[in-house]
Design a protein around this ligand. Structure first.
Ligand code: AKG
Length: 317
């Protein structure tokens, strides 16, 4: 009992060809994930082969994650960043064993495309930064153009697993090539996910260390499998963990679902907490630092007082 294969799971629903109206009226207000099948995502599904992409955008330089470990860990940083040509990236990401490598002949690669600013301050915009192939893909038109924030080209080796994290915007992830397993966690499970910033400390979600992370036993997995051409709606704040079952190519689009004033205007990734939340978290850090000045038994008491105050506020929501 309590083993990974005994874990309760909810299957993320798969819905065929949802119209714009249906999405806005019946899916968006529920704030729950849905896999949408049968959408016209453009010619990318057939065009985007390794050869085609090499010919079109092969010379572009991209900054990629390279790791010996398929389970990438952003907190412990078990990967390095390397800048290579797009041609090398897709060649290496699509093969199991490499003649040329940085760390190991079986290393894995992951691209999360950035803007053109080398310091990473530019918002990622697929249609602008990959203009040579921008007409190949059609983004679902479920949101108003004014809600658009960014679109991110994502390429990963087979087996590559991306750490569990949340984003603060609604997300449509368009899976173009390869299959993926996605596991999502309801925002109401946040206390059981051992967050460190916007990421969970639990890397191996299927074989977690329950002694270290006992509350993870209470977490419900929302699980889905993406096939090429599928689009998954990941609502803001739903933590997600993604495993590429094959060499994969995807583009995801972030959309603002709240008034613009909530978002930090200097956030190129779309993962800075909302302005009032960031302020609250900073105040909490100051409060916790202040408690460090107390003897341990007093500090313990005031930590608990703060917890009960937070619990009361949560119950009042
Ligand atoms: O599919 C992937 O590679 C990761 C997707 C993801 O984390 C996202 O869209 O926020």
């Amino acid at each position: 009992m309590g083993k990974k294969n005994m874990k309760d799971k909810i299957k993320i629903p798969r819905c065929d060809g949802i119209s714009d109206e249906e999405f806005r009226e019946s899916i968006l207000p529920k704030r729950e994930p849905v896999i949408i099948t049968g959408l016209d995502i453009g010619l990318c599904k057939s065009l985007w082969t390794v050869d085609y992409l090499s010919n079109k955008i092969g010379d572009k330089q991209v900054k990629v994650h390279v790791s010996k470990d398929k389970q990438m860990d952003f907190i412990k940083k078990n990967f390095i960043y390397k800048t290579i040509s797009f041609r090398s990236l897709i060649k290496r990401a699509s093969e199991r064993e490499h003649e040329e490598f940085f760390l190991d002949k079986n290393e894995v690669y992951y691209l999360r495309a950035l803007g053109d600013d080398p310091r990473g301050r530019d918002v990622s915009d697929f249609k602008k930064h990959y203009s040579g192939i921008s007409d190949d893909i059609i983004f679902p038109a479920y949101f108003e153009p004014s809600q658009y924030f960014s679109s991110v080209f994502r390429i990963g080796s087979s087996g590559c697993q991306l750490w569990t994290h949340y984003d603060i915007m609604d997300n449509m992830l368009i899976q173009v090539k390869g299959r993926k397993r996605v596991v999502l966690f309801n925002p109401q499970d946040t206390q059981n996910l051992y967050l460190n910033g916007d990421k969970s400390e639990i890397i191996d979600i299927d074989n977690p260390d329950y002694e270290k992370f006992p509350k993870f036993k209470n977490v419900m997995f929302y699980e889905g499998f993406l096939e090429p051409g599928d689009v998954i709606f990941i609502p803001a704040l739903w933590m997600h963990n993604v495993i590429s079952l094959d060499f994969g190519i995807a583009v995801n689009v972030f959309w603002k679902n709240l008034d613009n004033s909530f978002y930090n205007q200097k956030d190129p990734y779309g993962n800075r907490d909302l302005v009032p939340a960031e302020k609250a978290l900073q105040s909490l850090e100051t409060a916790l630092k202040s408690l460090k000045e107390l003897p341990k038994d007093y500090s313990d008491f005031y930590h608990r007082r703060i917890l009960s105050r937070v619990e009361r506020s949560l119950n009042e929501l």
